[in-house]
Design a protein around this ligand. Structure first.
Ligand code: CTP
Ligand code: MG
Length: 230
């Protein structure tokens, strides 16, 4: 039985504006991707990591992953796609074809490089306990408004029933495979599964599982999440 983490890392990092793919951006000397992969294996319950790399930077990603060894599992690198969903699809197809007995699939953004290993373990345990789909979530601190195209407020959803969604998202491998085969599209992997009518369970996320998107996020990571150290 294998637990396989798919790591979409093929984005260009335009909003970060670092002049290189975000996965390769160092935070106190260590690329985000290296931190993300280490965190997955540190959970003690991930056997394989499949990285969707920026197609023009597969060699650079291989250099990063080679510098990690030994991590306690197998690392596979392949070129990602044009959109995140294409990168996940390619990594999933690789896992289903090449890794025997894939039972649990995690999808984890390289950009959530500081996700505590405990969150990874909680998600895996929930899938192994029988959930088809599991997402880590946080309560919403701000009031959220729904607006129309002109920016005029049309509704104020009850904050108590809203959640912020993080990764890793965990799936029974067969369920995620059928979601990707179904032809439905969504930006979020759990949303694909929801569209099939499969229940998606939530578990507690963690503030450190924040997505590094902007220079502000990177500054927070450098100052807080690494404690100023590598
Ligand atoms: N991703 C991917 N393939 C793509 C686009 C994104 O694998 N074609 C990955 C990113 O590498 C990242 C995750 O999906 O780990 C979330 O995407 P995002 O935070 O938007 O990262 P980027 O696309 O790199 O950033 P930006 O949108 O600012 O360019
Ligand atoms: Mg993007």
């Amino acid at each position: 039985m294998s637990v396989v983490a798919l790591v979409p890392a093929a984005g260009r990092g335009e909003r970060l504006g670092y002049g290189m793919p975000k996965a390769l951006v160092p935070v106190n000397g260590q690329p985000l991707l290296a931190r993300a992969v280490r965190g997955l294996f540190a959970s003690g319950c991930v056997h394989h990591v499949v990285i969707a790399a920026p197609p023009s930077d597969v060699d650079a990603v291989n250099t990063v992953t080679a510098s990690l060894a030994p991590v306690g599992g197998a690392v596979h690198v392949l070129p990602g796609g044009a959109e995140r969903t294409d990168s996940v699809r390619l990594a999933l197809e690789f896992a289903l074809a090449e890794i025997p007995d894939t039972r649990v699939v995690l999808v984890h953004d390289a950009a959530r490089a500081f996700t505590p290993p405990e969150v990874v373990k909680t998600v895996v345990d929930a899938v192994l306990s029988g959930a088809d789909a599991v997402i880590p979530v946080l309560p919403v601190a701000d009031t959220i408004k729904q607006v129309d195209q002109a920016g005029v407020v049309v509704a104020t959803p009850d904050r108590a029933v809203l959640r912020i969604v993080q990764t890793p998202q965990g799936f029974d491998a067969k369920v995620l495979a059928s979601a990707y085969r179904s032809g439905v599209t969504a930006t979020d992997d759990a949303a694909l599964v929801e569209l099939l009518g499969v229940p998606v369970t939530t578990v507690p996320g963690h503030p450190h599982a924040m997505k590094i998107t902007t220079p502000f996020d990177l500054a927070v990571a450098e100052a807080v999440l690494t404690g100023g150290n590598a």
